[in-house]
Design a protein around this ligand. Structure first.
Ligand code: SF4
Length: 131
């Protein structure tokens, strides 16, 4: 399993990110988590951010998970529904994570939990069908 993270800075203006240091966070995440890379964009739901996400999804091979670390998943579902449709990227491998209202350590922990959940899902034993 490969994991790529697209981190959003919500234009650098959102009070929900006031305790986050986006200059140090990408390297911190890459150092502490089993991810291929972390990419930071100032506005994933803007024109440039949309294109960056499309490029990321199109270049992701089978078995690659993309974590969008940004606002509430319900909001992301609406913001990125068209991109998922047009790229055909499997929805189960596109993980929307809320990173608002915390600091770097909080985001690190949320991502760690998310990644552990993905890994345990992958390692879950395959149960034989009951005959
Ligand atoms: S994707 Fe969410 S967090 Fe990122 S700029 Fe848009 S509204 Fe803000």
């Amino acid at each position: 399993m490969k994991i790529k993270v697209l981190l959003c800075n919500c234009k650098g203006l959102c009070p929900s990110f006031k305790d986050t240091n986006m200059n140090t966070l990408p390297f911190q995440l890459e150092s502490e988590l089993e991810v291929q890379y972390v990419m930071l964009h100032p506005m994933t739901c803007g024109q440039g951010g949309n294109q960056a996400l499309i490029d990321m999804l199109r270049s992701a091979g089978d078995g690659t998970y993309v974590i969008s670390a940004a606002c509430a998943p319900k909001a992301q579902e609406k913001l990125f529904a068209k991109i998922l449709r047009t790229t055909g990227f499997p929805a189960e491998r596109f993980i929307m994570l809320d990173i608002r209202g915390t600091d770097n350590e909080g985001i690190l922990n949320r991502l760690r939990q998310t990644i552990e959940g993905l890994l345990s899902r992958q390692q879950a034993p395959v149960t034989a069908p009951v005959s």
